[in-house]
Ligand binder design. Structure first.
Ligand SMILES: [Cu+2]
Length: 167
């Protein structure tokens, strides 16, 4: 027969072990499952957060596009018939300041000179006149009448000139 204190100790030990092992069997999977659930909830919350952030971003983008659209709604782009019939191309068309004219031509034989009324009438550029030579020139119209001539090979005198009034 073991001494009473050993029995008590052993019993205590056994009970402790049982409860401990039972605790391990019950608690560990339980807490593990809880942790998984928490993790899933966190992931869902994050996914929802990202979803909301995405929606807000998309909405912001839409608003930005609408604002930009409104800002540029008045401006149009025209492909100019930069030829000896240029003036008849522009006549009868209405333009607005900010509209863009695209002059497409062979730069080996033509150019575009932005002149004033005197230059347009006399087919002569001035030192202040800006000369475009790329062959694909984008020119933004300013308010009033915008005058352009080709200063090469007497082309302006042959009709390669254009007066465009922008309102
Ligand atoms: Cu020319």
């Amino acid at each position: 027969m073991p001494p009473p204190h050993a029995l008590v100790h052993g019993k205590t030990q056994r009970i402790y072990n049982d409860s401990h092992s039972a605790g391990c069997c019950l608690l560990t999977p339980h807490t593990h499952r809880e942790a998984q659930q928490q993790q899933q909830q966190q992931q869902q919350a994050m996914a929802q957060g990202r979803g909301r952030a995405g929606q807000v971003f998309a909405l912001g983008l839409l608003v930005l596009c609408l604002l930009l659209g409104a800002a540029t709604a008045g401006a149009a782009t025209y492909n100019v018939d930069w030829s000896f019939a240029a003036d008849s191309w522009s006549s009868g068309k209405s333009f607005r300041a900010g509209d863009v004219l695209v002059f497409s031509y062979n730069p080996a034989v033509h150019n575009v000179v932005a002149v004033d009324a005197g230059g347009y009438n006399s087919c002569r550029g001035s030192s202040a006149a800006y000369t475009y030579t790329s062959g694909s020139d984008h020119v933004t119209l300013v308010p009033g009448t915008n005058y352009f001539i080709c200063s090469l090979s007497g082309h302006c005198g042959l009709g390669m000139k254009m007066a465009v009034t922008a309102n």
